[in-house]
Design a protein around this ligand. Structure first.
Ligand SMILES: Nc1ncnc2c1ncn2[C@@H]1O[C@H](COP(=O)(O)OP(=O)(O)OP(=O)(O)O)[C@@H](O)[C@H]1O
Ligand SMILES: [Mg+2]
Length: 379
């Protein structure tokens, strides 16, 4: 069981005693200590006292990014929906209502210990095309491949197209099993079973492929969520290549750290991205939704600023258009980031670095001439 618990806030004697009585060392932290960078300063578990506060501490999100493996609990005076939503978005594990009953404290600590034992630490990223063919799978497999090279630790790509997904082709893999097997057997998703379903690719990431058969069960968001939670216990990074037309998949992304909406410079795609981003922002919070433009051409009639104005968010990544290079990567089953030679590979690496929280200079985006009226459909 974890030993050091940091109690952030004004101090709460009863909870302190309850924790000490269970053998914990209680550290009294001021909020600024959430910003401490040194690992020895980090507790095994953090409880933040937010009673009488309408918002979570500003430093909490940075702390979660810096120390994703340290579970965070909140001590609240009431289970306020707005605060609960904020808490869920930054990955708070549990909310304890003051005064905390012994049984509630024990149950919360047991749940945290259970998720610890299963090693729940993986970061999950979802890649979602605003329209078909924009380059989503190209980006997803490239980023997953770069993750393997960036950090030690395992990487899994799940092709969450429940029919006709093609990530296996992009990774030069011949999978025997698929997402269908995983979703039909959510009751037995332990390490050994998952390992049997995933194929190790030559590029580096493991792959859980799209099925080439129908599913024997009705797939709802709960099943997909169970699968995502299960794989995040065994992989450091999980990349999901998801399908915009599957509501169950779109409704199962709570464990996902970032959702990358991939658009291009075509009018219907930009409009689609706008609608998609609005829905995702509302469901998962603006901070978790990122916009990228693939097949980017600086001379296109639809420029960067036009897209940003229509979608209502900044473009975080521009992936240059390079059909020859993209096609060669696809046809050889060697993701683009396996080569260093092209601007497109460079941009995909920068994207992977940002998602993995590794600093690299981001290339400056290029503007274009405005056709805002056409994009919005307003004159
Ligand atoms: N940056 C790029 N520049 C030029 N061509 C690209 C780029 N990225 C991908 N392509 C090409 O576009 C085509 C579609 O790419 P990809 O399969 O990645 O798109 P997708 O959005 O996943 O499509 P689908 O909707 O079918 O899943 C492929 O031929 C690919 O090689
Ligand atoms: Mg695809």
């Amino acid at each position: 069981m974890d030993k050091r618990i940091a109690l952030v806030g004004p101090g709460e004697k009863q909870l302190e005693q309850q924790l000490r009585g269970r053998g914990f060392t209680v550290l009294a932290w001021a909020e600024r200590e959430l910003r401490a960078q040194h690992p020895s300063a980090v507790a095994d578990l953090v409880i933040i006292d937010v009673r009488d506060q309408p918002h979570l501490p500003a430093s909490l999100e940075a702390f979660r990014t810096q120390h994703p493996a340290v579970p965070v609990l909140l001590l609240v005076s009431a289970l306020e929906p707005a605060l609960m939503l904020q808490a869920m978005r930054v990955g708070v594990k549990e909310c304890l209502q003051h005064p905390v009953a012994d049984e509630e404290l024990d149950a919360a600590l047991a749940r945290i210990a259970a998720s610890r034992e299963s090693g729940l630490t993986g970061d999950v990223f979802a890649f979602l095309g605003a329209k078909g063919g924009v380059g989503t799978t190209t980006a997803a497999v490239s980023v997953a491949t770069e993750f393997v090279h960036l950090r030690k630790g395992s990487v899994l790509l799940i092709d969450l197209h429940l029919a006709y997904g093609d990530a296996a082709v992009y990774l030069g893999a011949e999978p025997r099993f698929s997402v269908a097997d995983a979703l039909e057997n959510t009751h037995r998703l332990d390490a050994a079973y998952l390992k049997g379903l995933c194929v190790k690719t030559k590029a580096g990431p493991d792959l859980l492929a799209s099925p080439d058969r129908g599913l024997a069960v009705v797939v709802d968001a709960g099943r997909i969520r169970t699968l995502i939670d299960a794989v995040a216990r065994y992989y450091r990074y999980v990349v999901l290549d998801i399908c915009r037309t599957d509501p169950a998949v779109l409704d199962s992304l709570d464990p996902v750290k970032k959702i990358l909406v991939v658009a291009n410079q075509e009018l219907p795609t930009v409009r689609g991205a706008s609608r998609m981003a609005a829905t995702l922002n509302q469901r998962y919070g603006k901070d978790r939704v990122m916009l990228a433009v693939s097949r980017y051409d600086p001379n296109s009639g639809i420029g960067q600023e036009d897209i940003e104005r229509v979608v209502g968010s900044k473009i975080r990544h521009l992936l240059p258009s390079d059909y020859r290079v993209a096609l060669e990567a696809l046809n050889t089953g060697r993701p683009l980031t396996m080569s260093n030679q092209t601007r497109l590979a460079g941009a995909l690496k920068v994207l992977a670095h940002e998602l993995a929280d590794i600093d690299t200079p981001v290339p400056s985006a290029v503007g274009g001439r405005s056709i805002f009226g056409r994009l919005t459909g307003r004159s």
